[in-house]
Ligand binder design. Sequence first.
Ligand code: UGA
Length: 480
Amino acid sequence: MRPFLFVEPATRSELTCIGEIPVAGRIAGHTLTLQKLADMKLGVIGAGPVGLVTAGAFSSLGHQVLCVEKDPVRLKQLTNGSIPLYEPGLQELVQQGVDKGSLNFTNDMGEVLRFANVVFVCVGTPEGEEGAADLSQVESVAVDVARNLPGYRLLIEKSTVPIGTHRHIARTISRHVGRDAEFDVACIPEFLREGNAVHDFFNPDRIIIGVGSDRSRALIEDLYSSFDCEKVWTDPGTAELVKHASNAFLALKISYSNLLADMSEATGANLGALLDGVGGDSRIGRSFLNPGVGYGGSCLPKDVRAFVHFSTQAGVDSSMLAEAQKINERRPVQIVDKVRDALWLLNDKPVTVWGLSFKPETDDVRNAPSLDVVRQLLEAGAKVTCHDPVAISRFREAFDEHPDLRYEADMYEAAQDSHALILLTEWSQYKDADLAKVRSSMTIPLIIDGRRVFDPEMVDGLGFEYEAFGSGKPPKRHGA
Ligand code: UGA
């Protein structure tokens, strides 16, 4: 049953209403939520990974969701309940919502604003000039919202944006609609990891909520009432910064682990013990301390560059992040050096790449280390055969055809007659591969393990030569 509170006429002026429905009030200086708004009507602008997870997840929590997708081909696909990307659990979530009728798609922003009280902004913020975030999609959403605003609406930024963006959105809307426009802009950044996004949505470590009014706070309290994790309430600008600061820290941590791998290689220190020793300190933590071919994807590389850009503009020295970037950019070069060290000349030599996506459980190849590694191998004259469980077609879209580059749907076929097997993504099928079978089909049984997934003693026992970053037994991977 919905909680219900009678309000004396004298206090009615302190009530916040959505349409005719009072949702919150201030009594004796305290904000109270008066009416539980089950089954809210939500809008989602942008049907990328974050938008689709947000739309699918809230529709599964009992809300009505209308999501905007401008591209006609993708819109048709979504309307049929099928999604244009690989993300475990998301297909089922979206299909369920579409089948129940609680999740719908449209290309009409006006329809979304008439329908929804709360609208999530989930458009892309790709890298622009000099590393700055390109906010043109966010700006055009603000203009579209202004043109279609039918009454009070709460806009919630989910896109990763530089601090202060909420103010630009608000100013743009006010400029078009006038000072009396009724809306709020809040920021609730997402910390979803690709490949784990659905799980992460329902199991957040914390929720950062940046709000500037009691009215938006009341709506968000209601909308997120079923999440019982810590909620950090702050202003929208700080919430915007938390997202960038978190991604930048993760990038720093990964680059630090890569520095430790180099240190272990240079000194003979056992890398597994080194990482467990350092990460075992609860102040440091073992998660995201896994060295390898570097961080890729659509977030960490771009967000670090954007952070460097806007901190420089703000007069803050962020050169420590630039150093982390440099370490990261060297990783693909370092792995190709390992191939060269082992095979000497690469010209005309067949080599195999296992793993093209920037991480397991996704078909995303944006900024994937594989792009750089394959390019360098081809430049060195190698004949490259690539395998990935799901990312081959996206890789082909992103990479030019080359006479010495071919793709193989079967991972064992890909390694046939090869002189080196280079592992770039730690998909579970590679970890569980029948390496004896691989060994018997390779011309030179050499593994270059870019993610340190194999046990050197085990592969040595099978007759492989084995190269990996760092020395000693491989550490267990934690939290990546
Ligand atoms: C990242 C953040 O982890 C999310 O919290 C955030 O929501 C998301 O960006 C975003 O901004 O949308 P994601 O890009 O999906 O998530 O992937 P991560 O799991 O962070 O991995 C990024 C890259 O770092 C991958 O290439 C991965 O292989 C690499 N990595 C990760 C390492 O090399 N070592 C590690 O220990 C961890």
